[in-house]
Design a binder for this molecule. Structure first.
Ligand SMILES: *[C@@H]1O[C@H](CO)[C@@H](O)[C@H](O)[C@H]1NC(C)=O
Ligand SMILES: *[C@@H]1O[C@H](CO)[C@@H](O)[C@H](O)[C@H]1NC(C)=O
Length: 521
């Protein structure tokens, strides 16, 4: 809300902040997200086969906080009706969830479709639609059938055809009702975290080879699925389809580090976006050069970074209907100095590209070790993407805050508010066409290598109760109000804000402008 003081202040010091219209554009959509392995449980029910996350969590408990696993998780396989009720209570326009490949196609191949698996997603989709909530379906959120992993998983070029068969199955079963599809969730995180240091399933350490094969094959698999939808399903169902990319915002520690910072962006945003979203297609050329040099230094006779044929470049180019971005946090970048230990999550920048990552001291820490709060990062990342790939339609497919628990969650509310404010600035000041926003997550769930330690939920889940009791947090009430008002101009529960250098906070601004007013009059 613009106070009189703020208006006067704006007239004196012109900041972009002054001109935010707190309402969202007409048609702007709000949603909330989850994923199959993180919430469903029922890992061995009926004819479902093992996924790489079932396998990894059972065979490598030491790599997961509390030796946790998703065997039961939120038990959404049983409590899906409650999930729909929660989504409905929030008043969101859409619910983003994922389909488990090994639940639907236990062999990994379309020779056999699980009747129970098929019905589970039918019930979920129909239940949402009955309440007027659109299903936004992720086809792959990291839970590959273990049987396909045994054949090489995402490093085997044939995985692109296996994924294509899976895609045909899900479009055929659910395409009549699902109008927005995500092929693959965060190929960056799944490839880099899996193969760089083995911290995610399948836990194979192959940073010089495996990571890049996974990079190439996830994008090709996405492209084939997009083309299948475009050629055979779009005219019948009129839906949209894209992939979701995860973005860290990278910014230079100081001037002089801009070039290496841009390389860091190309090594994450670029390596997973350029082949699909750029006008010319193919890999970013700065990365091709840097990684070729790197392979040479590592003693390989040629670059380990896989080349693309002309056909592959054409196959991938333009395979999107929108740009979907997951965004949480930022890093500062500079060139590494000799002998330095690298801050690497999730990109193996350090050893590869001589990049040193850090966090600014003013960015508040959170319950997750990798997560620092820097709301302006989301706006700057959107601007970077538009500059590189054009005036696309953007959706924020994930954004949220990790706490260590409790129903009173002012930090999460502040995070959601501040990020939404930055998105409004991107729309109004920078002309970025953001059309939707999604909170991660609907409820606390299995948070990969953090187990159940960090909690992203708008709803708290009691993992000790047999029914996995779900209770709305203060942030759930806040989000509901924002959606209902279609505006950020809603009261927030009273709390003491964290000091922050990354945004102007209203109380200090009000104080400052009051002093100014006293001086003026
Ligand atoms: C399924 O897994 C649970 C452990 O999560 C185990 O107790 C149960 O016996 C298994 N059920 C079947 C049918 O194998
Ligand atoms: C944003 O994208 C939507 C969907 O493609 C389109 O209808 C709308 O006109 C675009 N808005 C702007 C301001 O470009």
């Amino acid at each position: 809300m613009l106070t009189l003081q703020a208006v006067v202040l704006c007239a004196i010091v012109t900041t972009a902040w002054c001109f935010v219209d707190l309402s969202f554009p007409p048609g702007f959509k709000f949603g909330v997200a989850s994923s199959a392995y993180q919430v469903e449980g029922a890992w061995n029910i009926s004819d479902k086969s093992e996924s790489i996350w079932d396998h990894f969590s059972h065979t490598h408990p030491e790599r997961i906080a509390g030796a946790a696993h998703g065997d039961v998780a939120c038990d959404s396989y049983r409590h899906w009706k409650r999930d729909i009720q929660m989504v409905h209570e929030l008043g969101v326009h859409f619910y983003r969830f994922s389909i488990s490949w090994p639940r639907l196609m236990p062999t990994g191949f379309p020779n056999y479709i699980s009747e129970d698996g098929k019905q589970y997603y039918n019930k979920l989709i129909d239940g949402l639609l009955a309440k007027g909530i659109q299903p936004l379906v992720t086809m792959y959120h990291w839970d590959l059938p273990q049987r396909l992993q045994e054949l090489g998983g995402w490093t085997n070029p044939l995985v692109t055809d296996w994924f294509l068969d899976y895609a045909r199955t899900v479009f055929s079963l659910y395409g009549d009702r699902v109008k927005t599809w995500i092929t693959i969730n965060e190929p960056l995180v799944m490839c880099e975290m899996s193969y760089n240091d083995g911290s995610m399933a399948p836990g194979i350490i192959s940073p010089e080879v495996g990571t890049y094969l996974c990079n190439k094959h996830t994008l090709l698999a996405h492209a084939k699925a997009w083309r299948l939808y475009d050629n055979e399903f779009r005219h019948k169902y009129h839906g949209e389809i894209s992939l979701v990319n995860h973005m860290f915002w990278y910014e230079a520690v100081m001037s002089g580090e801009e070039e290496i910072t841009e390389l860091a962006q190309e090594n994450s945003a670029g390596r997973y976006s350029h082949p699909i979203f750029s006008k010319e297609g193919g890999w970013p050329s700065s990365i091709v050069d840097a990684l070729a040099l790197n392979s040479k230094r590592q003693g390989y006779p040629k670059s380990n970074f896989p080349s693309l044929t002309k056909e592959e470049i054409e196959l991938m180019k333009g395979t999107y209907d929108f740009y979907a971005m997951n965004h949480y946090t930022s890093r500062q970048v500079r060139k590494s100095k000799g002998g330095e230990k690298f801050g690497s999550w999730p990109i193996n920048d350090g050893p590869d590209l001589d990049i040193k990552l850090s966090a600014h001291h003013s960015w508040a820490r959170t319950a997750a070790s990798w997560f620092y709060v820097n709301p302006p990062g989301i706006r700057k990342q959107l601007v970077w993407l538009r500059k590189h790939y054009g005036n696309l339609k953007f959706i924020i497919a994930e954004n949220g805050y990790p706490s260590s628990g409790g129903k009173h969650d002012p930090d999460r509310i502040a995070y959601l508010h501040d990020n939404l404010e930055q998105i409004l600035l991107a729309i109004q000041e920078d002309g970025v066409n953001v059309t939707a926003y999604t909170v991660w997550s609907l409820m606390d769930n299995f948070e990969w290598m953090d187990g159940y330690k960090t909690k992203f939920g708008l709803f708290e889940v009691d993992f000790n109760s047999p029914e996995r009791k779900r209770t709305p947090r203060a942030s759930a009430h806040y989000y509901r109000k924002v959606i209902k008002a279609h505006s950020l101009d809603v009261p927030r529960p009273h709390y003491r804000p964290e000091p922050s250098s990354s945004g102007i906070n209203l109380p200090s601004l009000t104080l400052f402008s009051t002093i100014l007013l006293i001086k003026l009059f």
